[in-house]
Design a binder for this molecule. Structure first.
Ligand code: ASP
Ligand code: MG
Length: 405
């Protein structure tokens, strides 16, 4: 008998039919002899709708009240799912994050879990009942309701799997696993049967939408095995585990396209100590999440610095850079919306020379110009024109032998 944590995302419980289908699946898992602890997200687009609603009554959207509001979405889903389970004769109890023992810091709208005391969850399990826990929430050390942030239900599931010493943490979603590339862009993309935490983290960091990166980090830290799978077809999906000997055979695991960022260039920056520090401290203070940074070799005492940031941060960043450029003696600031990034990820890159050369040759053969390059031990990313993104993604996918045959 195994203990599995099953987490169902918003689309998995979007309407009454979906909730009944999920209840059926939980009942099947129990009949197979496994013990189940469930975590649910808010139904469908409910979190977005609640956020929108808040915006219609409030300009300031105070954090404490936002959290009270948003967490209602997950709470509603837990009660409905329990009702559907009862109808199938499966005893189940809903729990808010607080009832499930999630203690967080006081950072409203994006709280961190400090500790979990899952006594009530354990009691329910011992009584043969299925605990259904509301995702992405807890109670703060100040005894207020807190929300763990967007995608936080994945974190709830991982943390619960860790404290309960579950055998696996299943993340059910509307895709059937992690793919070698987005199948909407690369029809030949394949579902991976396994991927390592490190590879998945790199993929999340460069635009792979699911699962939530923070949860993958938590899973890696606590060594919680994840199984990303479909709540629509119920077929086995992708296992996320620590890297091991088998995995080293592939050099490249996936290609990740990302068009969510824009590029900013500050030109004619004087080449002296402290300038980059000043620029990037300012961006950090504005909470702008800088991704790639490239500084040119200096020519006659000045240089250009380019960096990429998420589109929604562009305006803020540009204003700040324009303000600062005069002070630091730069000659100008420009931005470019129409950039995109294509990244190649694979643990095997560490020990195989020639990957970068093949990437550049492949892009060259497609006539795609590379504007920026950055790498980690297991990733190569290139900034290119957004219009070239899909073509570049398909070409790299095929050049590295990832296409389904
Ligand atoms: N429902 C929240 C969201 O959409 C949190 C979650 O379920 O992960 O971000
Ligand atoms: Mg873009």
């Amino acid at each position: 008998m195994a203990l599995v944590v099953q987490k169902f995302g918003g689309t998995s419980v979007a309407d009454p039919d979906r909730i009944r289908a999920v209840a059926d699946h939980i009942a099947r898992t129990r009949r197979r002899g496994d013990e189940v602890v469930v975590v649910v997200s808010a139904m469908g687009k409910e979190t977005d709708e609640l956020l929108h609603l808040a915006g219609q009554v409030s300009r300031t959207r105070p954090g404490r009240e936002m959290d009270m509001l948003i967490t209602a979405g997950e709470r509603k889903a837990t009660a409905l799912l329990c009702m559907a389970l009862h109808d199938l004769g499966v005893p189940a109890d809903s729990f808010t994050g607080s009832q499930a023992g999630f203690v967080t810091d006081v950072n409203h709208t994006n709280a961190k879990v400090l500790e979990v005391r899952p006594d009530r969850v354990r009691e329910a399990m011992e009584a043969g009942r299925v605990p259904v826990v509301a995702g992405s929430q807890g109670v703060s050390s100040d005894r207020d309701v807190t929300f763990l942030g967007r995608g936080g239900s994945d974190t709830t599931a991982v943390v619960l799997a860790k404290v309960l010493a579950a055998d696996a943490c299943e993340l059910y979603t509307d895709v059937s696993g992690v793919f070698t590339a987005d199948p909407r862009i690369v029809p030949a993309a394949r579902r991976m049967s396994r991927v390592s935490f490190d590879e998945l983290l790199e993929m999340c960091a460069c635009g792979c939408p699911k699962p939530a990166m923070r949860a993958v980090e938590a899973a890696r830290t606590h060594n919680v095995v994840l199984h990303v799978r479909s709540a629509f077809t119920w077929e086995p999906g992708t296992w996320v585990t620590q890297e091991d000997a088998d995995m080293e055979q592939v050099i490249v695991t996936g290609v990740v396209p990302d068009d969510s960022e824009a590029k900013v260039t500050v030109s004619g920056v004087p080449d002296r100590p402290g300038i980059a520090a000043t620029l990037f401290r300012r961006l950090a203070d504005l909470d702008v999440n800088v991704d790639m940074i490239v500084q040119n070799v200096s020519d006659h005492g000045s240089t250009d610095i380019s960096f990429t940031i998420p589109h929604p941060d562009l305006e803020r960043a540009l204003e700040a850079m324009a303000e600062m450029s005069a002070d630091i003696g730069a000659t100008g600031v420009s931005s470019d919306h129409d950039v995109a990034r294509v990244s190649l990820v694979g643990a095997g890159m560490k020990s195989n020379p020639g990957v970068a050369a093949t990437v550049f040759e492949t892009l060259a053969a497609e006539g795609v110009n590379i504007e920026m390059i950055s790498t980690s031990a297991i990733r190569i990313s290139c900034v290119i024109r957004e219009a070239d993104l899909e073509r570049a993604t398909r070409a790299l996918h095929s050049a590295f032998g990832l296409d389904a045959v």
